[in-house]
Design a binder for this molecule. Structure first.
Ligand SMILES: *[C@@H]1O[C@H](CO)[C@@H](O)[C@H](O)[C@H]1NC(C)=O
Length: 190
């Protein structure tokens, strides 16, 4: 409200010719001081609003790999098993939990995820799961070292969970070079 009032005043001032009459010149200084006070007040309010908006914009981005240094296989298993990515170089907003391997959406919005699964011989697969539904699978049958990657954009509600499971009867390989990874970020709130 304050902001629109002062902008209206400014517009009015701008449309008045500078030296129309002596009457006007007498009253003009009072008007402009009132307008300046109003403008100052609205600028203060505007600054406070901007500060509030900046604190409300959520910044969410994470990247993790299965292990930090040691060589590790997860699987094979008779059922899909949640991968817990324990090496976490980036976790802005703390929406990824390195104890559970689960990302929890703190705001409704469009998110982007990427994941890759490393192979060291044999079959490797990792499926991204939204709540309880498999979304996309990264999969490979490799004689030696390889990694398969996928990415997806998802609309998430507050509290939706996203995680990666090693696919049934396959395994995920990782070492200090980080072949099996999980990353994500908020594209924009909705
Ligand atoms: C991660 O999950 C564990 C197990 O549910 C919980 O105890 C812990 O508080 C969570 N950490 C964060 C940072 O939310």
């Amino acid at each position: 409200m304050k902001i629109s009032v002062s902008f209206t005043l400014l517009l009015l001032l701008g449309t008045v010719p500078p030296c129309e009459s002596t009457d006007y010149q007498k009253t003009f200084p009072q008007d402009i001081y009132a307008a300046l006070r109003e403008l100052t007040a609205s600028l203060v309010q505007l600054k406070a609003d901007v500060r509030l908006l900046l604190t409300q914009v959520r910044q969410i981005a994470f990247s993790a790999s299965l292990v930090d240094k040691s060589e590790s296989f997860v699987g094979p298993s008779a059922m899909d098993t949640t991968l817990i990515f324990t090496y976490v170089p980036t976790n802005i907003g703390n929406a990824y939990n390195s104890t559970t391997g689960v990302f929890t959406a703190p705001v409704r919005g469009a998110y982007h995820f990427e994941w890759s699964v490393g192979a060291n011989g044999g079959t490797s697969g990792a499926v991204l799961v939204k709540n309880s539904a498999n979304v996309f699978l990264a999969y490979e049958q490799a004689a030696g070292f390889m990694s398969s990657s996928k990415a997806v954009a998802l609309l998430l509600e507050v509290g939706d969970v996203v995680f990666v499971r090693v696919f049934v009867n396959t395994r995920a390989y990782d070492n200090l070079n980080h072949h099996t990874t999980f990353s994500g970020h908020l594209l924009f709130p909705m």
